[in-house]
Design a protein around this ligand. Structure first.
Ligand SMILES: C[S@@+](CC[C@H](N)C(=O)[O-])C[C@H]1O[C@@H](n2cnc3c(N)ncnc32)[C@H](O)[C@@H]1O
Length: 252
């Protein structure tokens, strides 16, 4: 089953069950806000029964309510289309492939990053999936010997991120797919992506990065690979920067 199918199935079943129950017991309530609340409650339960992650249950509930509000609001139809288009341009980078949505490197990760990147390191540094350039903006002023660059797939995010980086004089961000980027010329590659992306990124790093170069990973460790260094920056399980030293490119 496609990964979005259980979410849609839970939502659809929630609405079907709620409208069936109200049709039998209180037809006057059909199409009202309580029907949406009941549909959301059922959708949350179905989501659990379909073994969806726990955080999706409250989302299912909220989605049913939002659907009702959307259908009954005075906001014109085109405004939803514009909002949808803007969301796609901003967050679309995380929709396909190895799901890495937009969330930003926080300032509290800075000390951990600094601990992993030696002060005297020269060369190029690439943020794969650069978002709004938060990594570059935080690290570049404190590691002036590195040349910072980012690559970002979502067009609007890339535009804003590039602007922020250029205004702060901390490199630039170009639009593109990180899986097409050549990592060979980078002394440091930084990735804050998703658990799904890590095995493929590690494979790509092994094939392309130079011996001794550094793969920095925020939050999502490479499975079955021991990092050279792990610096915690918060109490959460994923509040860790992992540093992997590359053993060298693999020949064909
Ligand atoms: C978790 S955010 C990290 C943002 C930034 N690196 C930071 O730390 O603040 C992941 C970013 O990767 C982007 N992304 C996802 N897949 C991508 C791909 N294949 N190529 C380029 N960017 C991608 C997303 O659009 C998103 O902006």
């Amino acid at each position: 089953m496609r990964r979005w199918a259980p979410a849609i199935l839970a939502q659809a079943l929630g609405w079907l069950l709620a409208s069936f129950i109200l049709q039998q017991l209180a037809p006057a309530w059909r199409g009202t806000f309580p029907e949406a609340a009941m549909a959301g409650g059922w959708a949350a339960i179905f989501s659990q029964r379909l073994h969806e992650p726990g955080w999706r249950s409250p989302m299912q509930f909220g989605f049913s309510l939002a659907l009702w509000v959307g259908l009954h609001s005075i906001i014109p139809g085109w405004a939803w289309a514009v909002a949808f288009a803007l969301s796609l341009l901003m967050f679309g980078g995380g929709l396909t492939g190895r799901r890495a949505p937009l969330y930003l490197t926080q300032s509290r990760a800075l000390d951990a990053l600094l601990a992993c990147v030696p002060e005297n390191l020269d060369g190029n540094c690439l943020d794969v999936g650069a978002g709004l350039g938060s990594f570059q903006r935080r690290l570049a002023p404190l590691r002036p010997r590195l040349q910072f660059r980012g690559i970002e797939r979502a067009p609007l995010t890339c535009l804003l991120g590039n602007l922020r980086c250029r205004l702060a004089d901390c490199g630039h961000i170009t639009m593109g797919d990180l899986w097409q980027a050549d990592l060979q010329r980078y002394a440091v590659v930084y990735a804050f992506l998703s658990p799904e992306a890590m095995p493929a990124l590690w494979q790509k790093a092994l094939e392309e990065m130079q011996p001794g170069s550094l793969l920095l990973v925020n939050a999502f460790a490479v499975p079955d690979v021991t990092p050279q260094q792990a610096e915690r920056y918060g109490d959460g399980d994923s509040d860790v920067i992992y540093a992997y030293r590359l053993p060298g490119p693999r020949g064909p």
